[in-house]
Design a protein around this ligand. Structure first.
Ligand SMILES: Nc1ncnc2c1ncn2[C@@H]1O[C@H](COP(=O)(O)OP(=O)(O)OP(=O)(O)O)[C@@H](O)[C@H]1O
Ligand SMILES: [Mg+2]
Length: 460
């Protein structure tokens, strides 16, 4: 037995109870006795027991009554009933009332030992299933856990815990790759809607018409290609949560329609004329400064207020460097396992680079760097050799430097004289994308162009 199990022995026969207390103590249980049903029930309310062993025939409150009360209060404790050999009806009644098993008196000690062990296993299994279910309900399987111990991250997690159970609309701010999506999932799984659907929509990935039909659905024949009616993501999220990612990229006409949906909690399919009620909680995320977008006239102020009921900001990795070693180790384990490699850790030199780099692409960039290193690695420890060259000592911006410091021109200057304008543009786009950890929206933002323009420049 790894951990001592707490066992309550209930018997009104003092001699019998004392014998059992001594014997089971010797078997490795933490024992406690009760001389009648009432005190057994009271004890079960006061402290947690792993198992209860109880005589059925007791003066005041019968074992069956006590069993019912204990189970009403804590249905998880296995209760084993002891009954006289001549009184098997009692045993049947006990089982019907939820006893785990029964033993006949005089007790056969081998039988007793086996029954107790089985009951303990049963309880342990049930606990494990419970934990597993809870982990699943918390989305720990799909989204993975949030790794980090820094004060900045802890503060964020406290906020998440506080607001998750509410129905409030939440705007999640933060640079790209900081973990906004992870936070959104956590809010959903910490809410009363955890068992309902969680639907994520990337508002930047779709053209305006497609986005509207994606969100609200369309009627048959609403536009060319709409061969049958289709429900949108809002309907799919009914009784759950919808996560509107990259909300800052939403075209103005869509913003107006979304505002209506938020205000009325109803939607209208494209080509439809009927308003349909939906019950959804709304979470949104952006890596833009939405307030500045409002001022610049690119984002509707009324929509901003609707979304910004509660706002969270996921700190950049630069603001919580303490988390770098933890995250790096987490990703190392993950990708070592995925690639079937026995990786032991980082060399001091490699860790030094990870710690000094500015991580403009935040956790995602770190994750990518570690994955790449694991793939390249031949030995047991990741060294500087396996890290991306952009992390090299020469290119590392000073610790704490803002993302913009990792600007697009830091490695290109000298070559410009021999390049055509087009080549320079391509090089800058490539460099910026790399610096943004591969995040296209972020690269576009840094270059001051739209995501669409960036995509077209990447295709050139
Ligand atoms: N604290 C963390 N612990 C473990 N993994 C993390 C953490 N933060 C982020 N990640 C991982 O980093 C990657 C990027 O996170 P995520 O997609 O949530 O970022 P994001 O802020 O939504 O980025 P973007 O703005 O580019 O969409 C994901 O693979 C995510 O699992
Ligand atoms: Mg995201």
């Amino acid at each position: 037995m790894d951990k001592k199990l707490k066992l309550l022995i209930v018997d009104d026969d003092n001699a019998h109870r004392t014998t059992l207390l001594t014997l089971l103590g010797e078997w490795g249980y933490l024992t406690r006795g009760a001389a009648d049903g009432e005190s057994a029930v009271a004890l079960c309310r006061e402290r947690s027991f792993d198992l209860v062993l109880m005589d059925v025939r007791m003066a005041a409150l019968s074992g069956i009554e006590a069993l019912k009360e204990i189970r009403a209060y804590n249905p998880a404790i296995p209760v084993i009933i002891m009954t006289a050999y001549s009184n098997v009806e009692n045993a049947v009644e006990a089982l019907k009332s939820g006893a785990y098993d029964y033993l006949t008196k005089p007790l056969d000690f081998d039988d007793l030992r086996l029954t107790l062990e089985r009951a303990a296993d049963h309880a342990r299994l049930r606990d494990e299933n419970h934990n597993l279910r809870q982990a699943l309900a918390q989305g720990a399987d799909a989204a993975g856990q949030i790794v980090g111990q820094s004060p900045a991250l802890r503060q964020l997690m406290e906020m998440v815990r506080a607001i998750a159970p509410s129905e409030a609309t939440v705007l999640v701010n933060g640079e790209s790759g900081t973990g906004k999506e992870l936070v959104a999932r956590l809010i959903h799984s910490g809410s009363g809607r955890a068992k309902g659907p969680y639907v994520a929509v990337n508002c930047a990935a779709l053209s305006e018409t497609l986005l509207e039909s994606e969100l609200f659905g369309h009627e048959k024949g609403a536009f060319t290609g709409a061969e049958k009616r289709r429900e949108g993501r809002f309907m799919a999220a009914d009784r759950g949560t919808i996560f509107l990612d990259e909300i800052g990229e939403m075209p103005p006409a869509m913003q107006a329609k979304l505002l209506r949906a938020l205000q009325e909690r109803e939607i209208q399919r494209v080509g439809g004329d009927r308003a349909i009620k939906v019950d959804v909680r709304i979470l949104a995320a952006t890596n833009r400064d939405l307030e500045a977008e409002v001022e610049a006239g690119r984002f509707r102020q009324d929509l901003y207020y609707r979304l910004n009921v509660v706002s969270l900001t996921v700190p950049s990795l630069r603001e919580r460097r303490e988390d770098i070693p933890l995250l790096a180790a987490h990703f190392l384990r993950k990708f070592a396992q995925k690639n079937g490699k026995a990786v032991k850790g980082f060399t001091p030199g490699a860790m030094d680079r990870l710690l000094k780099y500015a991580w403009p692409g935040n956790v995602r960039e770190l994750e990518n760097a570690v994955e790449r290193a694991v793939v390249l690695l031949m030995g047991e420890y990741v060294s500087e050799k396996e890290l991306p060259p952009s992390l090299g000592a020469g290119n590392a911006p000073a610790a704490g430097a803002p993302a913009a410091a990792a600007g697009p021109y830091n490695r290109l200057g000298a070559d410009f004289s021999h390049m055509t304008l087009e080549e320079i543009e391509r090089a800058v786009v490539r460099e910026t994308l790399e610096n943004a950890g591969g995040n296209k929206s972020e690269a576009a933002r840094r270059l001051g162009i739209t995501r669409k323009t960036l995509l077209s420049k990447m295709q050139d």
